[in-house]
Design a protein around this ligand. Structure first.
Ligand code: IPE
Ligand code: IPE
Ligand code: MG
Length: 249
């Protein structure tokens, strides 16, 4: 494992990694245990990946923890996920502080159950001065919701005469997104073999490198993260240019 780590180029570490943590249910099913135990095991991966990301100098780690579409799951699973969130945040605050992790959230968090929202706000407040790595939880998150909300804010500004529609820039739009102030993710990982975005960070991943792995989230750890980063480092990010142009820069 340390061998893998030594292959990583410290000069080219993604500043921001986003992860669609998927496959908890199938992991549990494979073992013949209830889905919710898959979610519980997923917490271990969150811990390990956060620590590994911090160790190699990643500054932002955004984890898709609950989508707006996830409300459509059986109520018992939704309740279990919300309780797990409360339990996990409460139980981890001390370690987050010890490890210099700042907690943040993106998504329509006002729509979370009151107990979840309260614990989340408390966790964010208690870790706000940490600066080693920022752990961003996407909760009740929908990229379409976020984009619509930004559009409404900007429409309101136009209505108030603050700017003209033709004056709206990408920077102004980004200012209204919940990720404002964070770099766009250079790398997005999705576990469990699915190859879709499921309404996650649609604006922000416009030029992100995508990495799909068949590994289920509860089995995803340090080593898998390092493999994803190595794959990222072996790619040429051309941003519309040609390979020749890049080698002449
Ligand atoms: C991801 O695992 C966790 C959440 C979406 C909350 P899943 O629960 O989606 O696992 P699968 O896709 O059913 O295996
Ligand atoms: C996406 O996973 C949301 C999270 C990881 C929280 P899902 O498992 O809910 O995605 P779909 O519905 O299969 O695309
Ligand atoms: Mg899933």
């Amino acid at each position: 494992m340390s061998d893998l780590k030594s292959k990583i180029n410290p000069e080219n570490i993604p500043q921001h990694i986003a992860i669609i943590m998927d496959g908890n249910g199938r992991w549990a099913k494979q073992k013949g245990i209830p889905r919710v135990l898959g979610h519980h095991s997923g917490v271990k991966s969150v811990r390990e990946v956060t620590e590994a990301a911090a160790q190699i100098g990643v500054k932002y780690l955004t984890l898709y923890a609950f989508s707006t579409e996830n409300w459509n799951r059986p109520p018992s699973e939704v309740t279990a996920l919300m309780s797990l969130l409360v339990e996990t945040i409460k139980g981890e605050i001390r370690d987050l502080n010890k490890n210099g992790v700042r907690l943040m959230a993106i998504g329509d968090i006002e729509g979370l159950p009151p107990a979840t929202l309260k614990t989340l706000r408390d966790g964010i407040e208690k870790t706000k001065d940490n600066d080693r790595v920022t752990l961003v939880l996407a909760l009740n998150y929908s990229a379409k919701w976020e984009i619509l909300r930004a559009t409404r804010y900007l429409a309101e500004k136009v209505k108030q005469g603050i700017c003209l529609p033709s004056e709206i820039t990408e920077a102004m739009f980004e200012h209204e997104l919940s990720t404002y102030g964070m770099p766009d993710p250079e790398l997005l990982i999705r576990t469990s073999g699915e190859a879709r975005l499921s309404n996650f960070l649609l604006w922000q991943v416009a030029y992100t490198e995508l990495y799909f792995t068949p590994v289920f989230w509860p089995d995803f750890g340090k080593e898998e993260l390092f493999n994803a980063i190595l794959s990222y480092q072996n790619r040429e990010r051309r941003f519309g240019k040609t390979s020749e142009q890049l080698s002449n820069e």
